[in-house]
Design a protein around this ligand. Structure first.
Ligand SMILES: Cc1cc2nc3c(=O)[nH]c(=O)nc-3n(C[C@H](O)[C@H](O)[C@H](O)COP(=O)(O)O)c2cc1C
Length: 170
């Protein structure tokens, strides 16, 4: 399986990065291809709501920036992992820009191969992730109908083991 991890943390040694590397190690050991995109190192602007992608562009975004890397990867992706620190109850702004730009990639329909999703969240305090959970459940499980491989947080003492077990069982 081709797995695309979108890491929305700017901290290379942070909690989110730990979860991502536990996942990557276990998923690769299980024979999967894992590509991690560090979205904070890229130049990805917010959606302009110009509607070019839903009109003349027929799924192509009018903005020419590093989102191209993600647009190119999505059609080859079987599973998406959204990994982020919690900033004010939600994912980081950098990752939110990426998700808003999915507006183009999901038109006229979602990438066919994409079937599974998981989310990794890191926060200072527990139960601060309501916004991120709402989007995960509403947009990725509900609207896109992806199979839920789990939502994992750094407040679970066993989180790295649980992530590794999930990856090993994919
Ligand atoms: C801008 C900003 C906003 C934050 N907001 C929250 C918050 O609302 N609730 C919380 O529990 N932690 C908050 N934090 C703390 C981070 O979520 C926490 O340090 C997290 O572990 C960072 O993940 P990382 O190590 O992967 O970067 C915030 C941190 C920053 C920099």
């Amino acid at each position: 399986m081709n797995i695309l991890v979108l890491n929305g943390s700017p901290r290379p040694q942070g909690e989110t990065a730990n979860m991502v590397s536990a996942f990557k190690n276990a998923a690769e050991k299980a024979g999967h291809e894992v590509r991690v995109i560090e979205v904070c190192r890229l130049n990805i602007r917010g959606c302009l709501a110009c509607e070019y992608c839903h009109g003349k562009g027929r799924g192509a975004c009018a903005q020419k920036d590093d989102m191209r890397q993600i647009y190119d990867a999505l059609p080859e992706t079987d599973m998406l992992v959204l990994a982020s620190p919690i900033y004010y109850h939600n994912i980081s702004g950098q990752l939110k820009c990426v998700i808003d730009r999915f507006y183009a990639a999901l038109y006229p329909s979602a990438p066919e191969r994409l079937k599974k999703v998981a989310m990794f969240l890191a926060s200072g305090d527990p139960e601060m992730d309501t916004g991120a959970r709402f989007s995960y459940e509403g947009d990725f499980l509900g609207y896109l109908g992806l199979e839920d491989m789990g939502l994992f947080t750094n407040h679970d003492a066993q989180v790295l083991q649980r992530i590794s077990a999930m990856a090993a069982a994919l």
